[in-house]
Write a protein of this length. Structure first.
Ligand code: FES
Length: 193
């Protein structure tokens, strides 16, 4: 449905973009809405993040808030989670969707306990990322983009992760593994608890 006032967006709660957030309180957002909602610890962290920015620039907290939500909501961001982040910041959901769908570090579907992200960009490709990926697809018996049935692994192909000097490399959850070979990758997977 189109808004009659094109300068004012409509929020999921039916409030207008213009007044959205005027009466927001962090604790009210946490207690009075349906799941997913930030845990107490995540809400405190959100408040710390907002303090880094001027009050009228809350949207600048979008990237760290998405990271926080992803950690707090089990490693991925559902549409409801994205709507919630928009609500917490006080911006239209489309602003959150635009960002969350652009960056590969935001997972828009559930991932396994170990999210294996293999860089196949130019430096890693020149240094053998094809072999790394082949070793992983064979070892994990997964296709790129798939998760294992037991929920342990998700295998993803990603763009440059900024560790080109030590290519080829991959990331598992928050950790980087560099100067890899297919043999090292197989051993790495075997050593995961
Ligand atoms: S190309 Fe792989 S980390 Fe940069």
């Amino acid at each position: 449905m189109k808004s009659t006032d094109k300068s004012i967006g409509t929020t999921p709660n039916g409030r207008t973009d213009k007044n959205w957030g005027d009466s927001r309180s962090m604790s009210a957002l946490q207690k009075n809405s349906e799941t997913p909602r930030f845990s107490n610890e995540a809400m405190q962290e959100a408040e710390r993040i907002f303090k880094r920015y001027p009050e009228d620039k809350r949207q600048s907290a979008l990237l760290p808030l998405l990271h926080l939500a992803q950690r707090d909501f089990g490693g991925w961001l559902s549409p409801q989670a994205l709507d919630y982040v928009a609500e917490v910041i006080g911006i239209p959901p489309i602003r959150v969707y635009e960002v969350a769908t652009f960056y590969t570090m935001y997972n828009l579907k559930p991932v396994g306990k170990y999210h294996v992200q293999v860089c196949t960009n130019i430096s890693c490709w020149l240094c053998g990322s094809d072999g790394i990926m082949d070793a992983l697809t064979g070892k994990l018996d997964l296709k790129i983009g798939d998760s294992s049935d037991d929920g342990r692994f998700t295998l993803t192909e990603v763009e440059c992760l900024g560790a080109c000097a030590n290519a080829p490399m991959l990331q598992i959850n928050d950790d980087y593994y560099e100067d890899l070979t297919p043999e090292k990758v197989a051993d790495l997977i075997d050593r995961l608890p």
